[in-house]
Design a protein around this ligand. Structure first.
Ligand SMILES: Cc1cc2nc3c(=O)[nH]c(=O)nc-3n(C[C@H](O)[C@H](O)[C@H](O)COP(=O)(O)O)c2cc1C
Length: 217
């Protein structure tokens, strides 16, 4: 698949076909995903591929503990999300059928190997994630190239001690998210909804559009 097509059609899949993803397909995708950039090339990321039914059921339970109050807050208008009602209904159905997704990949990273250069600033720390999420997106693209769909989630990070115990994750590793993986029940999207390039690329001063009017906030 051509790279631009993969980048513009790797959307979030919330309805999966029950078909198993063959090990050689997973191997091929992980094998190319590992070439993502990372601070100091410390290679902190480990992928935990969960396929056992009982483990997936427990992960769904842990996810729902946080999804349900979050969903309620969205419905009450307390949390703003970009998608419409259809997306929300799909996300709720997805949450309640997570255990049926063929593969759940728990993303782990060795805390010590993340180059967290902003942990002592007075804003939220994000730099550690920069050694993790490029690899995750690489994995999504590599799977898309193999006609396999994905959905990124992070709610189980709130249940890290329980996830750690369930899956035997050592203390020196943190959990950075959980990727749902499988063949899509329907076609891949042809176009994802994102802000136009004119509004998000600035020239020399924040808010002054490089390709158009720009948008300060
Ligand atoms: C950090 C992160 C966490 C996410 N968590 C969830 C989630 O818990 N449940 C869900 O259905 N989708 C989740 N998503 C998917 C987003 O909702 C999705 O990327 C966004 O709505 C854009 O839709 P698209 O990817 O289909 O274009 C998450 C995505 C990211 C990057």
């Amino acid at each position: 698949m051509e790279l631009t097509e993969a980048m513009t059609t790797t959307g979030t899949c919330r309805r999966f076909d029950p078909r198993e993803v063959p090990p050689e397909v997973l191997h091929g995708a992980f094998d190319v995903a590992r070439f993502g950039p990372q601070g100091g090339n410390r290679q902190a990321v480990r992928w935990l591929v969960v396929r056992e039914a009982q483990l997936k059921e427990r992960l769904q339970e842990l996810y729902l503990r946080h999804w349900e109050p979050y969903y309620a807050r969205i419905q009450e208008g307390q949390v703003r999300v970009g998608g419409g009602d259809r997306m929300l209904v799909a996300a709720d159905e997805f949450a309640h059928s997570l255990a049926q997704v063929p593969v759940l990949v728990v993303i782990c990273a060795r805390t010590e190997d993340l180059q967290v250069t902003d942990s002592d600033t007075d804003r939220v720390s994000v730099v550690g994630g920069a050694s993790i999420y490029p690899l995750v997106q690489n994995l999504c693209l590599a799977l898309r190239d193999r006609e396999v769909a994905t959905a990124m989630t992070t709610l189980v990070c709130r249940e890290e001690p329980a996830v750690r115990e369930l899956l035997g994750i050592p203390d020196e590793y943190l959990t950075a998210g959980m990727l749902a993986v499988g063949y899509p029940a329907r076609n891949f999207p042809t176009k994802l909804k994102r802000l136009p390039v004119e509004e998000v690329v600035f020239s020399d001063r924040f808010g002054k559009g490089l390709f158009g009017t720009g948008r300060a906030t």
